[in-house]
Write a protein that binds this ligand. Structure first.
Ligand SMILES: [Zn+2]
Length: 111
């Protein structure tokens, strides 16, 4: 594949180009089979990545409750072994997520 546009295809797929350049590359895609195929590949891989990320999140949600049951006897030991800095980091992340999720759903009950 020796097309000079191939590097720009990933930018196009990720919407990381200026509008003018986007039009330019899209016009090129009409005439270049290689770039059209490359664009389809990028879109395909992006869908795959999104899908596997979603599946991983679902799998983690399924596994975590089971692990909690299995490790019930070790819960005390695990809490003690958790470093204070890691605990603080988790609390900060949770607080940040709380603020962030509130900005997503503005409503009368959120205030
Ligand atoms: Zn091309």
């Amino acid at each position: 594949m020796n097309c000079q546009y191939t590097e720009k295809i990933s930018l196009l797929v990720d919407s990381e180009m200026l509008a003018e350049e986007t039009l330019n590359v899209e016009a090129h895609l009409v005439n270049c089979v290689d770039c059209e195929m490359l664009k389809n590949d990028f879109l395909f891989f992006r869908r795959q990545i999104k899908e596997s990320a979603r599946q991983m999140a679902t799998a983690t949600a399924d596994i975590l409750p089971n692990q909690k049951l299995k490790n019930k006897n070790y819960l005390w030991r695990r809490q003690v072994s958790l470093p204070v800095s890691a605990f603080a980091l988790i609390m900060i992340a949770l607080a940040a997520f709380g603020v962030w999720s509130r900005t997503l759903r503005p409503g009368p009950e959120g205030a």
